[in-house]
Design a protein around this ligand. Sequence first.
Ligand SMILES: Cc1cc2nc3c(=O)[nH]c(=O)nc-3n(C[C@H](O)[C@H](O)[C@H](O)COP(=O)(O)OP(=O)(O)OC[C@H]3O[C@@H](n4cnc5c(N)ncnc54)[C@H](O)[C@@H]3O)c2cc1C
Length: 542
Amino acid sequence: MHKFDYIIVGSGLAGLYAAYKASFKGSVAIITKSLLRESNSFNAQGGIAVVTACDDDPQIHKSDTLIAGRGLCEEASVDILVNDGPDRIAEIIAEGMKFDTEGGALALGLEGGHHKRRILHAGGDSTGKWTTEFVISKVAERPNVEVFENTTLLDLLISDGVCYGVRCWSENEKLAAEGSDNGSEVLLYANHVFLTSGGTSAIYARTTNPETTVGDGLAIAYNAGCRIVDMEFIQFHPSALYQKDSTKAILISEAVRGEGAHLLDKRGRRFMVPIHELAELAPRDIVARSIFKQMQKDGVPNVTLSLRHLDSAKILKRFPGIQAKCKEYGHDLTQEIPVAPAAHYTVGGIASNLNGRTDIGRLYVCGEIAATGIMGANRLASNSLIECLVFANRAVEDSVQVGQALQTPHFDKKFCRDDANSEAYVALKSEISNIMNRYAGIVRSEEGLTKGLNKIAALKAQLEERVAARGGECREFYEEASRRLLTVASLIMTPALMRKESRGGHYREDYACADEAFAVHSVQQKGKDITTAEVNANCFNF
Ligand SMILES: Cc1cc2nc3c(=O)[nH]c(=O)nc-3n(C[C@H](O)[C@H](O)[C@H](O)COP(=O)(O)OP(=O)(O)OC[C@H]3O[C@@H](n4cnc5c(N)ncnc54)[C@H](O)[C@@H]3O)c2cc1C
């Protein structure tokens, strides 16, 4: 029997930092779907929002976060983020993390929605890579952490509302049954399970996320009974490189606009100037929607990001990684590049209290998968990496209070896998992604969302018919993966249909204004009708 004190699902910053911290409390297993470095965290560019300058203050960071969150932020969570953030950063700097400096002091960038320069960055535009590599190096120093790559979470082992471990499919030679060609089902047990498997944006056709980010953990937790909050709020990043005939969307960090880049329409005019006082640095939802509308107005698939007027040497020094990507696709960042919005960040997630606890005992969540209420209806740029550090640390500290599980119940294996079914999965994934882009994208409507939900229901019925016709004893890997995608699609569209207003990352063309009646969280729980919860009313306190 494989048993650990902690199982961490996912190897993004939330998972890695939780693993590092947990390793001081007991043994740790990290399981990750693909390779250790395959995560949004690794790809993060712009930086980490945290107060370090003496002319800045956590209260200003809080105020910026609340403004971006459009009335749905849980203030207690935001207070923790802005006040604990500087401590976490001081700690990792003391342990050896190197952020970029200027004249001996931390270099501070500016991003959309921030009223102060407070964005720490590393390696220029490779903050995610540098920070993740740093935490990986700390994890590697710990003798009691085992990493299992190519190991996919399939389900949680739950008995009487308590989580005792995970059911996964592993192609990792340390775990998979000997002689199995395409891996095998493995049960791993732990005193505490941390779900840090990230968001859902790769369920959209055009996304900045890697293909692993399709919301597995979210669907699994929903099926296990966790409340799922605010899933209608999807952040579409305004500026991802546009490439004809490709859904791959390379992110052009907001920090590029922070350095002064201009967004131009097809006539070369700065169309953001009359729209918002912060122009190109207005909050993300406003910039993304304005670009989308400008593209529709001009009948073009992209707008232009122009850096011609900026100091090329400075741009090349600050954004070497982005320039390398641009060059790969035949563009030059110091001149003009075509950009269009892409699905980027999942604002909602699994309901979590201030210490990462969920509706299920011994199951913690942190990072993008968690709904702590920090992001409200829209994430303030660069607030997510710092959320990973702050809340992973809190969850580990909390787990110590919970202590060890007394007795582990017995769980049977249930899964099989037929790789001949992977093609059907890929086709279904593409169909779902197109539905999401078309009906649950930047601009939504009652008619579109109803159509989208009906299409998802029809695909689900077809899938279940195929499953029934197959018969058999086992739960098939690809059928289960297909069910998860359909669940996630429905978890996004159901509250989007309910929310008859526009707010943050959710825009309805049929209800274009915010409506105070909807200044509430949406809450979904399996077997129950969708409902709402008041903001700042301890609804996540359990
Ligand atoms: C291109 C890009 C740039 C960004 N830039 C910034 C930035 O500058 N600053 C900022 O604050 N935020 C940024 N963000 C957002 C930020 O990167 C993410 O919100 C954050 O990294 C999420 O961290 P995480 O640990 O929760 O999840 P992730 O980093 O997404 O990691 C999730 C992990 O879970 C694994 N996983 C998924 N499903 C399973 C499964 N079924 N079984 C096992 N493992 C699984 C994945 O493989 C991955 O290892 C950016 C995002 C993108 C996409």
